[in-house]
Design a protein around this ligand. Structure first.
Ligand code: NAP
Length: 446
């Protein structure tokens, strides 16, 4: 490890870091362009991130004027790293090549390796000449909305920018590494009461859930709403249920095991459906859905909370969308940001139009939404759903765990942080919020 990275680990001040020279290369987790065909003929479920994700040294790219180098203390696994590592639905090198054609700075990204990862918590090492609000030594988290502010389409809601990208998925130099290269407008303050790994697991899923359920750009919750959350103990779902409860609404969590039901009960979600135990078969076969199973699902929801859900928080996609459109309340909204089980969706449109329902698409969050969602973490109003921690050298195993749905909440990855539990600066605030509440997922995941 270089002198400067050791200095960060040792807690050096910004003044100490300024003037120290950066290493020419750094350790990162990456996939390789010449391996994109390695899973040909293998089913999606059997494509193994442990084979495609490598950890090794890569060259440190030059810093653009609007960027910062961040020493990454910890990062997390997001499902987009699973997609990149199984080369589905497309290899991500196409994204890097397109970015490479945009500008001199974009060209740095079009490489034969892709350093992945869309979350990070760490310390700013150096800033470009245009950066105003951040300096070396600042402790930060990083959100993944990578926006070109010279594009007029980015100046209403930056998620509407025609060339909006997700950092570490559609760009190179992501967060699963010892150094990340980010735009200054991705930086946010690190919550002072959290450890590095607790701080690193929030930005992507928390901001996405915030836009979907709180922002006027999504399907904002009203007090008293009933909100059905698929995958309620997973990455997105574990933030979604917190927003539902914070907003005076009632979550109905759907999960797939007794352990997950217990976890949700522990964090205050009373109405939980174990979809495995219920044995729903929404699809009779690959091409035909079963309306009687949608009805059974709807009846179970009403049995738990007395009415149909006003909002359905969707992301499994093909397997569940027919049931979601059916079960949603008259005039309700299905808000969706993903399609883990397949993106060619089928639902019975009669249930949508006759009952005046809306399907609303949503994708990550703009800087303002990500900032506000991060502030709620800083205030202890949203808690980190960290359930397990891996070393960067085990990143393949960590991504495999998420790919096979063997996890709960979020998985943290230690990059420069030598061990868990470091980086807590405000133990009083932590005690006030409650150690038990902050570590609820970790206890279940342990
Ligand atoms: P995750 O941590 O794996 O959680 C997903 C949950 O979905 C799982 O815990 C699982 O819960 C449930 N699930 C999986 N397959 C299902 C199925 N066939 N039917 C019903 N439930 C199913 O992943 P995540 O981080 O929440 O991400 C979920 C999806 O959203 C991914 O596809 C990801 O790429 C996408 N995403 C999109 C955005 C965006 O900005 N557009 C942001 C974040 C994530 P149970 O097994 O317990 O039911």
């Amino acid at each position: 490890m270089s002198e400067i990275l050791q200095a960060v680990v040792d807690g050096a001040s910004g003044a100490d870091l300024t003037g120290m020279s950066l290493p020419e290369s750094y350790r990162g987790a990456f996939v390789l362009r010449d391996e994109v065909g390695m899973f040909e003929g293998v089913s999606s479920a059997d494509k193994d991130p442990r084979k495609s994700l490598h950890v090794g040294d890569v060259a440190l790219p030059a810093l653009a004027p609007d960027e910062a180098y961040v020493a990454v203390m910890a990062s997390s696994i997001n499902f987009n790293t699973v997609w990149t590592s199984i080369f589905e639905p497309l290899p991500t090198f196409g994204f890097l090549d397109r970015l490479g054609k945009e500008s001199q700075w974009g060209a740095r990204h079009a490489l034969d390796y892709h350093v992945v990862g869309s979350d990070a918590a760490g310390v700013v090492l150096e800033t470009g000449s245009l950066v105003r609000n951040w300096r070396a030594g600042d402790k930060v988290t990083v959100h993944c909305n990578y926006v070109d502010d010279q594009d007029p389409s980015s100046h209403d809601d930056s998620m509407l920018a025609s060339n909006e990208r997700i950092w570490g998925f559609e760009t190179n130099f992501g967060g699963l590494a010892d150094i990340a290269v980010v735009k200054a407008n991705q930086l946010m303050p690190k919550p002072t009461h959290l450890s590095w790994e607790e701080a690193a697991v929030n930005a992507l899923c928390n901001s996405t859930a915030y836009r979907m359920l709180v922002s006027h750009n999504g399907a904002p919750i009203t007090q008293g709403d009933r909100v059905l959350v698929w995958g309620a103990s997973g990455g997105l779902g574990s933030f979604a249920v917190q927003y539902v409860m914070n907003g005076g609404a009632t979550p109905i969590g759907v999960v797939s095991s007794k352990d997950k039901v217990d976890l949700l009960h522990d964090i205050g979600v009373a109405a939980v459906i174990d979809r495995k135990a219920a044995g729903y078969k929404f699809w009779k076969d690959e091409h035909t859905q079963d309306e009687s199973e949608w009805r059974r699902f709807g009846k179970d929801i009403r049995g738990l909370v007395g009415d149909d859900p006003d909002i359905i928080f969707e992301h499994p996609g093909r397997q569940t969308m027919g049931a979601s459109v059916f079960a949603c309340k008259r005039a309700g909204t299905i808000v969706t940001c993903a399609a883990t089980s397949g993106y060619m969706i089928e639902y019975d449109n009669r249930h949508l139009w006759m009952k005046l329902k809306t399907i609303k698409g949503s994708h990550f969050a703009n800087y303002r939404e990500a900032w506000d969602a991060n502030q709620l973490v800083c205030d202890g109003k949203i808690l980190p759903p960290l359930s397990a921690v891996f070393a960067l050298s085990e990143v393949g195993e960590a991504a495999y765990t998420v790919h096979r749905n063997l996890h709960e909440g979020k998985i943290g990855v230690l990059c420069l942080a030598p061990e868990e539990g470091l980086g807590i600066e405000d133990p009083e605030l932590r005690a006030q919020i409650g150690e038990d509440r902050i570590t609820a997922f970790r206890r279940h995941g342990a």
